[in-house]
Design a protein around this ligand. Structure first.
Ligand SMILES: [Zn+2]
Ligand SMILES: [Zn+2]
Length: 345
């Protein structure tokens, strides 16, 4: 089959003779429609940050934000039929480790991942357990479907934030995950303030319903946030930027007694002044990927129109152009895109 094959760090190739996958019991074979490329794919391609190729050198097909059409059922599959359009819930937890048994599947120690540990969607065909292929509602397009993955990250963060109806929240970082998180917060009944240095992101945040947008290169959010809230600051701050200082900003800007949820992976150390955090009884928590059920919620939120991912799709390119028009465009320092869809629909 045709596929974008990562054969090692910084060695991504378009190949036409990659072996076709076959579904084992419980799996389905899909003809892939679209996969979207995210920054994590670029990092894995360029730097192998998870050390995948250090552990074993087998080639991998990326594409963890993916959708397809079921074309063959493995033995015992009854939940789906040939022809069903599906989105791929990419995290496959083991169900038996310490964390899975504690109900904390997002911390699973031996989980597998479509597009990382296992071959993903940047190919003509892929296999995955039927239980993790979510049938798309009629109101959801094949183009929107891959965006269920970043939306599920937003769902997980919002659930972790413990936000209440009528709360005011701030989102730091308005890339795809941030703009999805903004809309999930709104669906949960919160008013949202968007914070990002990129004017285009703030324009979109306002269009998607943010009550205020703050550009930290122009204004001081710490000074403006109390006036935009109840005088004390946001009840909840969700950080999705992963930039130098942004996790610290979340902790500093959330009101006393509020909760800062850190989603972004920043590599720069950031020092928290714990006396203020302790004195203000603030909660700081990390939120990683998604937990069981979050992906289905994401699909429902998109299908019902509560989360609009259409403006986050910047371009659509066929598989054979995925490297020059997808990966290489995302790599440019002048990156002017949210998500690029790769596939042939
Ligand atoms: Zn991603
Ligand atoms: Zn587990």
């Amino acid at each position: 089959m045709k596929a974008l094959v990562l054969r090692g760090k910084n060695d991504l190739r378009y190949e036409t003779g990659y072996p076709d996958p076959a579904p084992v019991a419980g799996e389905v074979l899909m003809k892939m429609t679209y996969s979207s490329i995210c920054q994590t794919d670029i990092e894995v391609w360029q730097h192998d940050p998870f050390g995948m190729f250090a552990r074993d050198s087998r080639p991998r097909i990326q594409g963890h934000e993916a959708a397809g059409i079921v074309i063959e059922l493995g033995e015992g599959v009854t939940s789906l039929q040939v022809g069903d359009r599906v989105a791929v819930e990419n995290v496959r937890t083991c169900g038996t480790c310490f964390f899975c048994r504690k109900g904390r599947a997002s911390l699973c120690e031996s989980g597998r991942n479509f597009g990382f540990s296992d071959n993903g969607g940047l190919a003509e065909f892929a296999v995955w357990p039927a239980s993790l292929c979510i049938k798309l509602p009629d109101s959801m397009s094949n183009e929107e479907a891959p965006l269920s993955e970043p939306t599920s990250v937003g769902v997980h963060a919002v659930l972790n934030s413990g936000v209440h109806v009528g709360d005011t929240a701030a989102v730091i970082g308005c890339g795809v995950v941030g703009l999805a998180t903004l809309q999930v917060l709104q669906a949960a009944g919160a008013r949202v303030i968007a914070i990002d240095p990129r004017p285009e992101s703030l324009r979109l945040a306002a269009e998607l319903g943010a009550i205020a947008t703050l550009n930290p290169t122009e204004v001081k959010p710490a000074e403006l946030l109390p006036g935009l809230t109840n005088g004390y600051g946001p009840d909840v701050v969700i950080e999705t930027a992963g930039a130098a200082g942004t996790a610290l900003n979340a902790v500093e800007w959330v009101r006393r007694g509020g909760r800062a949820v850190i989603v972004g992976f920043g590599s720069t150390p950031q020092e928290v002044v714990f006396s203020r955090t302790v004195g203000g009884e603030k909660t700081v928590m990390g939120s990683s990927a998604a937990g069981a059920g979050d992906y289905r919620k994401a699909v429902e939120l998109i299908a019902s129109g509560k989360v609009n991912v259409k403006p986050l799709i910047s371009a659509k390119v066929p598989l054979d152009r995925g490297i020059p028009d997808g990966f290489e465009r995302m790599l440019k320092p002048t990156k002017d895109v949210f998500r690029i869809l790769v596939g042939n629909g």
